[in-house]
Design a protein around this ligand. Structure first.
Ligand code: GAP
Length: 429
């Protein structure tokens, strides 16, 4: 884990948040490669779950929502963790994590009685700073889709079963954040709310578990590092009929990446009751009105990114030297190709390399780099998972060919410079 964290900072994937001020505990900023990897994960998720299907629509709801939303959802009443404080060192603990609920695990001091602690972050909405202006930062993106159910029906007229997909920031005032970006107070979710007839919900739920499994595996996650764990009855959230957690084998153990839940008709019923709007679905063929059930595959972007990073991290010995490679899937790798001049003081070589990189940029993420010797440049690109390196050398001036090196095999082939783009396009398909 330390190696991944160090690579993230060294190469510009993830930095500690507010670093120059000593950091804001457990907050993280995504750097140039981090944002590319994150965007690629979100793109792959959106493609699979929106563009490739005929029964899914996208959404982007506001982070700040009417306070009644959180009363209806149950978050005001139920979104609590029990916490205890140490009377000696003042550290705060989640009671669920404690072996001994009376003794501080760090200094041995006495712990306070457990108290309920609501995990929603609060702010004030508008210019007046009074209790009536208190509003929450959403702790999940899901509610933005439930409250728009009627708008979607009225504007797009989808028939059951259909779903909504949304990616966006959520906030939780976690008592014990940690494990790098795994548990933070600000994070991004990728959520699907799939509406179906109640009697079809068990089947639809199983189909989504399968679909989500394929997504992780198709993006190259090692099968031995991912598992699907069904919740026991006493583990289920108050609204859920069934739930399966997608878990990844992180260096500290198996931990949740995503939950796939059968939320029953809880959400639409609650919002109907609290808003006074009838959110039942009308089936014109059967002439019946009812509350659809909702199947919810809900994953975290940051956790997913961390899992793909850990999964892709690879070290091998090459000529007594350790080669670090991020073996990211081609759709996830931040850079697809780097064009490198073998000699940066030969203007003809530099010109060809720069022109080639510029031309490749039209079709893929391509970079030009001449800031070190070729050995170092290769290592640098391997460490960030760049799929191919194209080198222009003295020979290229005569035979108009370039050397294309593959990240995973380190195999090198000579290709006409004019054909390099097509070669790469074919490989990236
Ligand atoms: N709408 C259902 C829901 O929000 P959840 O299990 O509380 O369910 C879904 O959250 C996913 O969001 C988790 O599986 C995880 O990937 C991500 N997530 C939740 N809390 C997080 C946190 N504090 N930091 C990072 N990711 C988090």
């Amino acid at each position: 884990m330390e190696k991944v964290v160090s690579l993230c900072k060294r190469r510009g994937f993830i930095f500690p948040g507010s670093d120059i001020y000593g950091g804001l505990a457990n907050s993280w900023d995504y750097g140039p490669y981090g944002v590319e990897l994150k965007n690629n994960i979100k793109k792959a998720w959106w493609k699979q779950n929106v563009y490739m299907r005929n029964d899914m629509l996208g959404m982007d709801a506001a982070i700040l929502m009417h306070s009644k939303t959180w009363e209806a959802s149950g978050h005001v009443e139920n979104f609590f963790d029990l916490k205890s404080d140490c009377k000696n060192c003042n550290k705060r603990f989640k009671v669920a994590d404690l072996k001994d609920t009376k003794k501080c695990p760090e200094c041995g001091g006495e712990l306070t009685q457990p108290k309920q602690f609501n995990l929603m972050l609060r702010t004030n909405y508008g210019a007046v700073d009074d209790p009536a202006s208190v509003i929450y930062l959403r702790p999940e993106t899901a509610q933005g889709m439930f409250v728009n159910f009627q708008n979607i029906l009225d504007s797009r007229h989808p028939k059951l079963p259909f779903g909504l997909a949304q990616i966006g920031k959520s906030f939780r005032n976690e008592i014990t954040p940690g494990n790098f970006t795994f548990r933070t107070r600000e994070f991004e979710q990728m959520e699907i709310e799939y509406f179906c007839r109640p009697e079809e919900s068990d089947k639809v739920y199983e189909e989504w578990v399968q679909a989500r499994q394929s997504w992780y595996l198709d993006l190259g996650m090692k099968p031995e590092n991912i598992r699907f764990r069904k919740h026991a009855k006493d583990e289920l959230a108050h609204y859920a009929k069934a739930c399966t957690d997608v878990e990844y084998n992180f260096p500290w153990g198996w931990s949740e990446l995503e939950g796939i839940a059968n939320r029953t008709d809880f959400d639409l019923k609650q919002h109907s009751q609290f808003s006074g709007q009838d959110l039942r679905y009308f089936d014109a063929v059967k002439n019946e009105r009812f509350f659809p059930y909702i199947i919810e595959p809900s994953g975290g972007v940051d956790r997913c990114l961390l899992a793909f990073l850990v999964d892709a991290y690879h070290e091998e010995l090459v000529k007594d030297d350790t080669r670090v490679v991020l073996k990211l899937n081609k759709d996830l790798a931040p850079n697809k190709v780097a064009v490198l001049p073998l000699l940066k003081n030969r203007t003809e070589i530099v010109e060809i390399a720069k022109n080639l990189a510029q031309d490749l940029k039209k079709d893929m993420v391509a970079v030009y780099d001449d800031t070190a010797n070729i050995g170092k440049l290769y290592r640098r690109q391997d460490e960030v998972g760049t799929l191919f390196c194209v080198t222009i050398d003295v020979q290229s001036l005569e035979d108009k060919q370039a050397t294309v090196r593959s990240r995973d095999t380190m195999e090198q082939v000579r290709i006409n410079i004019d054909n390099v783009k097509q070669y790469l396009v074919d490989k990236l398909k």
